[in-house]
Design a protein around this ligand. Sequence first.
Ligand SMILES: Cc1ncc(COP(=O)(O)O)c(C=O)c1O
Length: 414
Amino acid sequence: MRESLIIRIFPQILSCGSLLNQFQLNIRWSSSLQIRDKKVIQPEHSFKYADLSVRLAGPEQLQPKPNVSALSFGKYFTDHMLKIFYHEALGGWQIPEITPLENLVLHPASKVLHYAIELFEGLKAYRGVDGKIRIFRPDLNMERMNNSAVRAGLPTFIGDELIKCCCRLVSIDQEWVPHSTASSLYIRPTLIGIDPTLGVASSESALLYVILSPVGSYFKKTDENVGVSLLADPQYTRAWPGGCGNYKVGSNYGPTIYVQREAAERGLQQVLWLYGENSEVTEVGTMNIFMFHINDDGEKELITPPLSSGLILPGVTRNSILAVAKEWNQFKVSERTFCMDEVCQLLSENRLLELFGAGTACIVSPISYIEYIGRPLHIPTVEHSEPVYKKFLKHLMDIQYGVIPDHPWAIPIE
Ligand SMILES: Cc1ncc(COP(=O)(O)O)c(C=O)c1O
């Protein structure tokens, strides 16, 4: 219905070329995730939560809710979704709408299907110990999403407006937020270029949609205390300077599957992503990486690679761990590059204490083994009596599940 309307009025609207210039987005820069030059994108023209329309699923459209113990990542979806179309020829963003979860109808020439013009985000809603549902630092996801949109030639929007729409969506599907502090509801905002034209150019039409998926505990019962095993093979890289590794675009992920399969064939769980001649350690699987060690001055120090190189996705969990570690002030905290030679040397001198990944899916994931150009490296992360990775895990979960009440990072859903 909407598409046929667009086709009918498209020629008239195209003739108003100068009118379209009014929809040029105004971009202003500021702080927090520190992606490149500390920027926050706040376009003047955005969709607005106040315009949201809601079409609820009928009883026959409601899905049976799976048992929490049967949940695996991204397998089940809730009853509703959010959709917001963007058509430059119609003045930009259209009204946001919540509808029953339904398939998308796309023209086969849609740019997303040919040139991967798309990006996504991942955040979670948690049902706290007090029964309240909260989301964790969604402003940072919105900031990253807008930065990805600029890099992908897709339209930007006011992050707060999408947060409010997402909160409403979660509120409508609130019975899907697991009643368990080991599980959560994964929120997947996605922005795709839907222009039905094959030119490699920015998309004049786009669709922003949000789907929700209940997810179980990331760790199998034993994993949290056992640690993951990694393949570190310098012939593969995930990101490079000037590339897109620091944006959450889908095209970063597809090519990793081959390498992940190679790791699995060697009996290893994930990939440790390296870059360059010196095998810089960049990320692990789809997580940022942290190394806790005793430095050359004999002090305990937590390090993670810096965002300045453009090789690292600016993770919300990474940002939170750095902030918490600085607040605790119990050891030195640095953002600096480190290479596999340093990892090997620290290990040989018993100065490498812990290596762990950090991301929304698991919060922290301890690393216990790396296979690096045929060398088996045993990492003692899980062998300490009070490892720091566990302290971070507990602290962030306590914020997310409301054990620490009224924390400014945990936004309650009304
Ligand atoms: C490549 C990559 N690095 C790091 C992360 C962790 O980011 P966050 O903590 O925001 O989930 C993710 C997950 O989004 C990722 O895909």
